[in-house]
Design a protein around this ligand. Structure first.
Ligand code: S3P
Length: 451
């Protein structure tokens, strides 16, 4: 098997320093087509479930981003053979209880998804582990998974006693619980459901609004019993039964709508653009961005649609559109949480005001994205007011090129690169290499479609 490319180091604590500045010039239009790389959330889950299933899981269109490589690295260190073929990845699963103790701390890099989901799995093993990541990861809140997993019977400790990684995970005999999650978070829900596979009775998680359901869909495909109730008040409950074994599957990962959002936005913002964005995952728990685009007056045509493994996907033809401001709030927020930096930039070009509320979760992403979006948009001359749970953007005046700090946040780097295409004058993105977290080919693809 070919070696997987080692995750690059973006970490402030890595001892490796590099500066990768990208200069973005305004463009006259985006033309042609772009095929979107695999979905990050689904790629992570395919490695995780493949590793704890019996038999071989074959994954095609896997996302070769640093976060997903961190997940691969963790499972290899627990004895799972993961082979790289030219157009697929083969995971030779060990069964639910077949992982082996890693020789050292598992390095989760920049990846919140790896950390939180793997904690659910590690809670059900028969060995203890320690997880640690980069400075950004080690400052993100982990109590949100420690609380339910410890209630189930695991013993997870924050080694610095600050509710963050490094985490020490000592498994225990797990009991099924009903967990009322205070946040709509697929990472929290998934951690509890994965631990629920190992419990002695059924487990369920109720969240204030439905978050992405990839874990539930994929668990069903691997043979677990999972069900979801959508309640009339907008809350949702996912249930999982204890499981004897999962069984390896073939998974074709759809394109990541969070990555597609940059190119969709670019085509909407730059006059003269017409771009076919191919293979976009359109699972309804992820597709809030498309709804917001429509509400803003976007011209987006679905030219074909398929469904595989419960995950829908579509090719979208996107044309330059005159956008108008909108209000984004409530249950739609979890379905577009990672696209908010891009939406805020679109709002700066749209006529009128855009209000984003109920999005306090932005504060605990790779950066505090209320702050980092505000900093970038202010640098580009926008009128933006950060609020406690979102932001208000006065649109219409467009943006001016500026020096943009990525703060090592991949989504900030990519969203502001698109802003630079539509702005007046030149934009530079500092430490742009962080796009490798979710979209290593972002800049080369961009180079192919700008006129
Ligand atoms: C993810 C869920 C979201 C999202 C993250 C990936 C996942 O986080 O922001 O990029 O794969 O489950 P939360 O579930 O914490 O909101």
């Amino acid at each position: 098997s070919l070696p997987l490319r080692r995750p690059q180091s973006y970490c402030r604590n890595s001892g490796i320093s590099f500066m990768s500045v990208r200069t973005i010039a305004p463009t006259r239009g985006l033309k042609g087509e772009v095929t979107i790389p695999g979905d990050k959330s689904i790629s992570h889950r395919s490695i995780m479930l493949g590793s704890i299933a019996l038999g071989t899981t074959e994954i095609t269109h896997f996302l070769d981003g640093a976060d997903c490589l961190s997940t691969i690295d963790c499972f290899r260190k627990m004895g799972v053979e993961i082979e790289r073929k030219p157009s697929s990845i083969l995971v030779h699963g060990k069964g639910l209880r077949g992982l082996t103790a890693p020789a050292s701390t598992l390095n989760v890099g920049n990846s919140g998804t790896t950390t939180r989901l793997i904690s659910g799995i590690l809670s059900g093993q028969n060995f203890a582990t320690t997880l640690s990541g980069d400075d950004s990861l080690n400052s993100r809140p982990m109590k949100r998974i420690m609380t339910p997993l410890n209630t189930m019977g695991a013993h997870i400790r924050s080694l610095n006693d600050n509710g963050c990684a490094p985490l020490h995970i000592r498994p225990g005999a797990l009991h099924g619980i009903h967990y009322q999650s205070p946040v709509a978070s697929a990472q929290v829900k998934s951690a509890v459901l994965l631990a629920g596979l190992y419990a002695d009775s059924p487990t369920s998680v109720t969240e204030p609004a439905l978050s992405r359901n990839h874990t539930e869909l994929m668990l069903q495909g691997f043979g677990a019993y999972v069900a979801t109730d959508l309640h009339t008040d907008g809350t949702a409950t996912a249930h999982v039964e204890p499981c004897k074994e999962l069984y390896g599957q073939q998974i074709c990962v759809p394109g990541d709508i969070s990555s597609a959002a940059y190119f969709i936005a670019a085509a909407l913002l730059v006059p003269g653009s017409e771009l076919l964005v191919k293979n976009v995952g359109t699972n309804f728990t992820r597709a809030g961005f498309l709804k917001v685009c429509k509400a803003m007056g976007a011209d987006i045509e679905t030219v074909s649609q398929t469904i595989e493994g419960g995950e829908s996907r579509a090719d979208l033809l996107v044309r330059y559109s005159h956008l108008k401001g909108t209000v984004i709030e409530g249950d739609i927020i979890p379905t577009l949480i990672d696209e908010i930096p891009m939406i805020a930039i679109m709002a700066a070009f749209a006529d009128g005001q855009t209000v984003i509320r109920d999005a306090a979760e932005l504060k605990v992403k790779e950066t505090n994205r209320i702050d980092t979006v505000t900093a970038g948009l202010k640098a580009m001359g926008a009128v933006i007011t950060p609020t406690d749970d979102g932001m208000i953007i006065e649109g219409g005046a467009g943006l001016k090129g500026a020096k943009i700090q990525s703060f090592l946040d991949h989504r900030i780097a990519m969203a502001f690169s698109i802003a630079g295409l539509a702005a007046q004058g030149e934009t530079t993105i500092q430490e742009s290499q962080c796009v490798d977290v979710s979209y290593p080919s972002f800049f080369s693809t961009l180079g192919e479609i700008v006129e």
